[in-house]
Ligand binder design. Structure first.
Ligand SMILES: [Fe+2]
Ligand SMILES: [Fe+2]
Length: 284
């Protein structure tokens, strides 16, 4: 019984939809879906109906794309998010609104903590305010589509929504028995320095909040799982493993490799990183 993860399936794209159908069944394992499955409730349904029967349990956290509301008159912001949570529940998919589960499979016990923290534009150069940060990104031709479609309603701004989510999540985390480690699961990055985007570095504004910089230590995280960057990576900080698990748009991954190789093992996973003469050495 292993814990696996993938994000950014972006099933709006035909080749990603095809790949979804090719995910192998692993009926003993749990699968984290770390956001950006698509842009509509129908996209979520497609993923849950395809993967639900192939895994023992699915866990979902929202990405920015799921939170877009383009149809006028439809639910926006918090209402839209809560509708998605209800949709997840109808498929028995765990969400950030459900009680945290103690993982008892391989690599456990550990608390599984799905989070929805959003971003607050604080991933920006020192000395800039938000408006200056947006201008700095615009100079490089960077503007996130969220500015048009991710409504924060009823909060006045996305950063206000982010602050509310941080407060709510801190309150719930502080009630956990932290003698067990946590697996923190959030679409966005918890640390600024890990919001690495070589092709579009100024997109970092829309990638997280500096308020979570120390959360891996504060909440005794064994692993932090995220997506959003479409730049898969594994990093270690202070003994915590940080996994970016995105598949991404068709241009971001190699279809010829098959999708199964993009499912990352979170638990048990590698136990520690040893420093070899020629760089990091993985040790199981
Ligand atoms: Fe994405
Ligand atoms: Fe994203």
């Amino acid at each position: 019984m292993k814990l696996l993860a993938i994000s950014d399936l972006h099933v709006r794209h035909k080749s990603n939809r095809q790949a979804l159908l090719e995910v192998s069944a692993r009926p003993d394992d749990w699968l984290i879906l770390c956001g950006d499955l698509g842009e509509s409730p129908d996209h979520l349904r497609l993923v849950f109906e395809t993967l639900g029967p192939r895994f023992a349990r699915l866990i979902w956290v929202p990405g920015n794309h799921e939170l877009w509301s383009r149809a006028s008159g439809g639910a926006r912001g918090v209402d839209h998010y809560l509708q998605l949570v209800e949709l997840c529940r109808s498929y028995q998919v765990l969400t950030p609104e459900d009680p945290y589960v103690l993982w008892q499979g391989e690599g456990g016990p550990a608390w599984l903590v799905p989070l929805f923290l959003l971003y607050d534009y604080s991933f920006r150069p020192a000395g800039m305010n938000k408006q200056e940060g947006l201008a700095w990104a615009a100079e490089a031709g960077i503007m996130c589509t969220d500015e048009f479609y991710l409504h924060p309603h009823p909060y006045p701004s996305r950063e206000d929504w982010c602050q509310a989510r941080l407060a709510l999540s801190e309150e719930r985390l502080s009630e956990l028995d932290l003698s067990y480690p946590t697996i923190l699961i959030n679409h966005f990055q918890l640390r600024f320095e890990l919001a690495r985007l070589p092709r579009v570095p100024r997109f970092c504004l829309w990638c997280g909040t500096t308020r979570t910089e120390d959360w891996h230590q504060r909440w005794n995280a064994k692993v932090v799982v995220s997506g959003h960057l479409h730049m898969r990576s594994t990093d270690w900080r202070d003994g915590t493993r940080f996994e970016e698990v995105a598949l991404g748009y068709p241009r971001d991954w190699q279809q010829s490799r098959g999708i199964d190789g993009y499912l990352r093992e979170i638990l048990p996973g590698p136990q520690q990183q040893l420093q070899g003469r020629h760089g990091p050495v993985w040790h199981r």
